[in-house]
Structure formats: C-alpha cells, structure tokens
Design a protein around this ligand. Structure first.
Ligand code: GRF
Length: 188
C-alpha cells in the first residue's frame, strides 16, 4: 500500500454527549491512509456517552471546562485541528485567538439556515422541503464561520423531528470525515 503523502494530523474532538460523530471520525481514522488520527477527546460533561466510545478505542479522554487548561492539553498533545462534535459550549474569543489553528464544527442544518438549537423542529415548522448538515469553520459567531461542506436530504410528508434527525445524523457521519480530510489536504 502506498504511504499517505501527508503527515497525519492530530485531532482533538470536543464533545458533550452521545458521540456518534466522534465515532464516525474514529472509524475513518482507523484507515492508515486517512490523513488524521484522533489523539484526544475533550468533554465538558462527565456523563457524555462519547467518553466510553473514545476509551473503547484507547483514545485519551479529558473532562475539562476551563479553556486555559484545555489549551495547555492541546499543546501538550501537539493537536493540529479541533473538531467540535456536539460540543455544547461556546468557545471564547480569547480561546480562538490563542489557539489560532483550524476548528471545525458539524451542524444539523443547511447553514446559514437554522443556526443554534432545534434545527429539525424549525425546518419542519417553516415548511422546508430540503434540509441536511454542514461542516464549517468555527469563529466567534455561533454556527457562522465559512462553510466547508454540506449534504442535503429531501424532507418528506412523513417526516417528524425524530425521523429527520436520524436521517440527517447518518449524513453527518459521512460528511464529517470527508470534510476533515478536505481541510487537511488544503492545509498540506
Ligand atoms: C449532531 O447532530 C451534531 O450535528 C450537533 O450535535 C449532534 C451531536 O451528536 N452539533 P453526536 O454526539 O455526535 O451523536
């Protein structure tokens, strides 16, 4: 097999809950040709289900809320890119300035539509006929940074919040690893 032309980047995934997007990133990175390794998982919630997923894959996990502590761990682990995956904490301007490397986020809507919470409920209430998910760069504006990639899905008559969320989540699991790979290839 040919060696990857890129140095594999060290990724820290920040979570607060279930961790299914974390799991999708871990799966993608289990291929030695994938240009990233998940080196660290940071959770601001001790109970986050994603912590067990990371531990099952022998990935270092940290429960942290203090941004200064987070930064020092990121530096210690030589992290190149942060991927937010259901991380329910807004990173401060000083943190973003001090970090100064890519931070990606995945959001379950076609941004710039439906920033924030309850995206599927709002898509249905507004009679949207398509929805989807977005991976974007993180800035100090909530769900507001440059869009990296999107995947779309048709909303059907039968959809409710639950069915839409679960269909879009499947797209998320495909999109996030692809978008991260694209970002890394552009950096290299
Ligand atoms: C996903 O829908 C993601 O788009 C949003 O939060 C949810 C996290 O789910 N930001 P999981 O923890 O990755 O399963």
């Amino acid at each position: 097999m040919m060696a990857s032309p890129y140095r594999r980047k060290n990724i820290a995934v920040f979570i607060s809950g279930r961790g299914s997007n974390l799991e999708a990133l871990i799966k993608a990175s289990s291929d030695s040709q994938y240009p990233a390794v998940i080196s660290l998982v940071v959770s601001n919630n001790k109970e986050a289900g994603g912590l067990a997923i990371a531990q099952a894959h022998h990935i270092k996990t940290l429960f942290l809320t203090d941004e200064k502590e987070i930064l020092s761990h990121l530096n210690r682990h030589k992290i190149d890119i942060i991927c937010l995956a259901g991380f329910m904490q807004i990173l401060s301007e000083p943190f973003l300035k001090a970090w100064n490397k890519p931070i990606l986020n995945i959001h379950p809507s076609l941004l710039p539509k439906h920033k924030g919470l309850h995206t599927h409920r709002r898509a249905l209430a507004q009679g949207d006929t398509i929805s989807g998910c977005t991976v974007h760069h993180v800035t100090s504006e909530l769900d507001g940074g440059d869009i990296i990639a999107q995947e779309k899905i048709a909303i059907t008559q039968d959809d409710d919040e639950h069915s839409l969320a679960s269909r879009i989540l499947k797209l998320e699991h495909h999109l996030y690893p692809v978008a991260l790979k694209n970002v890394i290839e552009e950096l290299s």
